[in-house]
Structures are given as C-alpha cells and as structure tokens.
Design a protein around this ligand. Structure first.
Ligand SMILES: [Zn+2]
Length: 231
C-alpha cells in the first residue's frame, strides 16, 4: 500500500479541478441552441422577404397586364375603323403613346422586382442548406457532449474516491493547512524542495527546515512564498 503525502493530494485535486472545469464547459454547451436559433431567425426573415417580394412582383405583373389590355383596346378603336372623327383619333393616338411609355416603365419595374426576388430566393436556399448542415452538426455535438459528460462524471467520482483514500493518509493539521492554503495559492499550496530550494519560488530553504521536511513533516511552509514544503 503506497504512503500518500500532500503532494499526491495536490496532484489529485488538480486533476479534479481540471475535470470540473471541463464538465462545466460541457454542461454549458449541452442543449445550447443559441447559434442554431439565431440562424433559424435569420432564415425566417429571408423567408418573409421572399413572400413580400413575390407579392410585389405579382402585383407589378398585374399592372403590366392591365396596361397591355388597355393598349389593345385603344389600338382596336384606333385601327378598327369604327372611329372616324379626326380629333378623337388624335386623342386615341396620344393615349396610345402614353400607354406604351407607361408599359415600358412598368415592365422594367417588374423585371427589377423579379431580379430582386431571384436574389433573395438564392440567399434563402443558401441559408436553408447552411441551417440543415448546422442542425446535423448540432446533433452530433450534442451526442459527443453527452458522452463527454458521462465520461467526466464517472472519472470524477473515481477520482473523488481516490482523493478520500489519499487524504485519509495525511495527518489532520497538515490537511487543515493544505485546505486553508489551497484557494489563495491557486490550487497549488504544496511546493517541493529540491537542492535546498523551494521549486515554486526558487528561494533557498534554511538547512534545518529542509532537514525537517525531508524527515516527513508536512506542516512547514516556505519562508518566501508561504507554500507547504514537501520533500
Ligand atoms: Zn517558496
């Protein structure tokens, strides 16, 4: 059976911290549809743009049709031989000129609207494809995250059991000191002594202090950085 010391406990705790961090990240990402919802909303906006542009284009086609009908009517009157009055024929001719000018403008407008509609439809089909791809990726990511969460939870539970065993080997005063120093020392309250120096702050440790540490004391701290010294 191994004899565990504070350095071992620190190692286990650092692993636990790391796993908790990863679990937190996985938990935050799991079920998060923000990106997907944003794209869906974007798609819906473009969909409604397509609807309104299609309606505008249909209206413009109706206007063109109406003018063309009027042109046909005027032409029938003008060239049909039923109207013989010179003044009336002149007015009809003038009206026909105006109508032909109008229909040209209206046709151009209808073409422009069609052009815009086609562009928006293209954008819609592009966005639809992207959303489909994103949805597939999202599902895959969710599956990966679920597996990751499960793996981390199992590993954490094993590590916590191991921690209990490690902590059980360490004397109460050293353990209390360790717990107290853990938060202010960023999760690393223990520092090894090597070649007469604290390996964290690189300041030399008095010989007597080092001697006691090497003998197995676990409640002595570095004079400089305040970490518990370990042999
Ligand atoms: Zn130190």
């Amino acid at each position: 059976m191994p004899i565990y010391v504070l350095v071992d406990l620190q190692e286990v705790d650092l692993k636990i911290d790391e796993m908790l961090k990863r679990l937190l990240i996985a938990n935050r990402a799991y079920g998060n549809r923000d990106g997907l919802d944003k794209r869906q909303k974007q798609l819906e906006l473009v969909q409604s743009k397509v609807h309104s542009e299609r309606a505008s284009h249909q209206d413009s086609e109706l206007i063109v049709d109406g003018t063309r009908t009027k042109i046909a009517e005027v032409e029938t009157k003008l060239y049909g031989g039923t109207v013989r009055d010179h003044r009336e024929l002149q007015d009809l001719d003038k009206e026909l000129t105006f109508l032909k000018r109008d229909v040209e403008i209206q046709e151009l407008e209808a073409l422009e609207l069609l052009d815009g509609l086609e562009k928006t439809q293209e954008l819609l089909s592009k966005l639809t494809k992207i959303l489909q791809k994103d949805s597939v990726n999202w599902t895959l990511t969710q599956e990966r995250l679920a597996a990751e969460k499960e793996r981390l939870t199992t590993a954490l539970s094993k590590l916590r059991n191991h921690r209990d065993i490690v902590a059980g080997e360490i004397a109460r005063p050293a353990l209390t000191l360790y717990e107290r120093l853990r938060p202010p020392k960023g999760g690393r309250p223990v520092s090894k002594v090597e070649r007469g120096m604290c390996t964290t702050c690189n300041v030399s440790v008095p010989t007597l202090l080092e001697h006691k540490v090497k003998q197995g004391r676990q409640d002595l701290t570095c004079n400089n950085c305040g970490r518990i010294l370990s042999g």
